[in-house]
Write a protein that binds this ligand. Structure first.
Ligand code: ATP
Ligand code: MG
Length: 166
């Protein structure tokens, strides 16, 4: 399946949160977003925006540490996973992290590139890069029809209000 992608620059935390909300507004049970990129790239701030889109108070969103996953209830459930401290595949199994991918809510995974093996095809990849102190580049990509639908809708919503990089 052919991939589609879009890149945006955000010049403040608020714009990253807003972009997250534009994505989060569209998400339903079974949708998975994989956040990848630099330490301090904005993965957690973006997730707060996703939470707003899911009608969850973003103030509650803190990176999961010990358990690697936090659960929040809004318009849909949000499972916020952070694999920064993941040791190995055994830990994924011990914590039953694979169960979160079964479609009972929306899943956002920070450091998703540390997931051993493949994430489901419908996963939307979001790569965040630090450009300077205030600027982040976010690249959204996916190849599954559902992922493409969400990315296309994101492009329509965001339009030219954020800088799209060709
Ligand atoms: N445009 C921007 N978007 C998001 N964060 C920004 C932006 N500009 C500066 N920042 C700063 O970058 C940091 C991003 O922090 P955040 O916790 O969201 O990153 P992260 O990718 O989750 O990091 P980690 O890898 O530690 O989980 C914050 O300190 C924030 O103030
Ligand atoms: Mg984080």
């Amino acid at each position: 399946m052919k991939e589609i992608s879009v890149k945006y620059l955000t010049t403040s935390v608020e714009k990253t949160v807003w972009l997250g909300q534009q994505l989060g507004d569209q998400l339903i049970d079974g949708d998975i977003i994989a956040l990848i990129g630099d330490l301090g790239g904005g993965k957690t701030w973006f997730t707060k925006g996703v939470a707003i889109g899911l009608e969850i108070d973003p103030g509650y969103i803190v990176s999961p540490t010990f358990t690697l996953v936090n659960e929040y209830k809004g318009r849909r459930q949000l499972f916020h996973i952070d694999l920064y401290r993941l040791k190995d595949k055994a830990e994924i199994i011990a914590l039953d992290l694979e169960d979160y991918l079964s479609g009972e809510g929306v899943v956002a995974i920070e450091w998703a590139d540390r997931w051993p093996g493949e994430l489901p095809e419908e996963t939307i990849q979001i790569e965040l890069r630090m450009i300077d102190d205030h600027t982040r580049e976010l690249r959204f990509s996916g190849s599954h029809p559902r992922a493409k639908e969400i990315i296309r809708a994101l492009k329509e919503r965001v339009g030219v209000s954020l800088k799209e990089i060709k």
